[in-house]
Design a protein around this ligand. Structure first.
Ligand SMILES: NC(=O)c1ccc[n+]([C@@H]2O[C@H](COP(=O)([O-])OP(=O)(O)OC[C@H]3O[C@@H](n4cnc5c(N)ncnc54)[C@H](OP(=O)(O)O)[C@@H]3O)[C@@H](O)[C@H]2O)c1
Length: 286
């Protein structure tokens, strides 16, 4: 797995304090480096803006890079990997795109509001929101701690809700809203049932929100990846990956870019008739 590791130029960082219940440092940074108008006009993003939560690494980082290549100005977000978030932004800028990054815990509604406000201030509005931030705590029910379960609910369910709520309030007409579910919802292996439950809710949220936003030409969908080679899986050891390539008809683990491509497809004009659905992307492992 490749992840950006270089420490960013500190002159491009700032810090502010903002929290719902007490002081919590939120770091942010990035600078606009505009493409030429002609280049931008040729891209599907056409100068629109996207927010991708949890985009310091893994699927979110690949999605931020892909949307930037498609012409979107991108707001990158992390929980704690500020160096990685800054590197994602630097990589986008190096390719001629525009991006900022902001540290914000999606479980905190005020932090999510600050994320949307930072995007608004930098780019003037939002057209695509990808609610990607998530964590996976696994283990049998009998062994799951309260803390592990509560954090998963806070990040995946409350964080998913916080992101979709702000998206419903701010995405411009004609926009796209995507939330990251998981193929594990259909598989429901025993030690991952609690995690699968948090990801199942997001499919229902997408289906319902698509109906609530009727008349504004906004689509809302869930994307449900199969096993993708990221830290989320690898933190559970090599056994979390064992046998997956062999069991997958396409013969390998998913890559973050595979999922970014599906998200970009849903964001494209050609993806505009898919609405209120869950799109499974797993190389045939289902
Ligand atoms: N990998 C898979 O096999 C797989 C399969 C199906 C679905 N998914 C889903 O896809 C999404 C991305 O997964 P991934 O594999 O790319 O995970 P990952 O590599 O572990 O990256 C997770 C990202 O989410 C951020 N994050 C975590 N908690 C956050 C919070 N409370 N607030 C803001 N950001 C937070 C992390 O930021 P920091 O770097 O600061 O921690 C990081 O950028 C998740 O929702 C996951 O459930 C993954």
């Amino acid at each position: 797995m490749t992840e950006p590791n270089d420490t960013p130029d500190s002159s491009r960082r700032s810090f502010l304090t903002l929290t719902a219940a007490g002081p919590a440092a939120l770091a942010f940074g990035g600078a606009a480096s505009a493409q030429t108008a002609a280049e931008e006009a040729a891209l599907p993003g056409r100068g629109r803006a996207a927010i991708v939560t949890g985009s310091s690494r893994g699927i979110g980082a690949a999605t931020a890079r892909r949307l930037a290549r498609d012409g979107y100005a991108v707001t990158v977000n992390c929980l704690s990997s500020t160096d990685l978030a800054a590197q994602v932004v630097a990589g986008i800028e190096a390719e001629g795109g525009r991006a900022i990054w902001l540290q914000a815990d999606v479980a905190d509604p005020d932090a999510v509001r600050a994320l949307f406000a930072a995007n608004e201030e930098a780019f003037g509005g939002v057209d695509v929101v990808v609610g990607n931030a998530g964590i996976m705590n696994v283990g049998p029910f009998a062994d799951m701690t309260d803390a592990a379960f509560d954090r998963m609910i806070a990040t995946n369910v409350k964080g998913g809700f916080n992101t979709l709520r702000e998206a419903a309030r701010h995405v411009r007409d004609g926009g796209r809203i995507i939330t990251l579910s998981s193929g594990i919802v259909r598989q429901t292996p025993p030690a991952a049932a609690a995690y699968a439950g948090t990801k199942a809710e997001l499919q229902i949220y997408a289906r319902g929100l698509a109906k609530e936003l009727a008349g504004r030409n906004i689509t809302v969908n869930a994307v449900a990846p199969g096993a993708v080679d990221t830290r989320l899986l690898r933190q559970h050891g090599e056994e979390a990956l064992a046998g997956i390539p062999e069991a997958t008809p396409l013969g390998r683990l998913g890559r973050p870019e595979d999922i970014a491509d599906v998200i970009a497809m849903l964001c494209s004009e050609g993806g505009g008739w898919v609405n209120g659905e869950t799109v499974y992307a797993n190389g045939g492992l289902n």
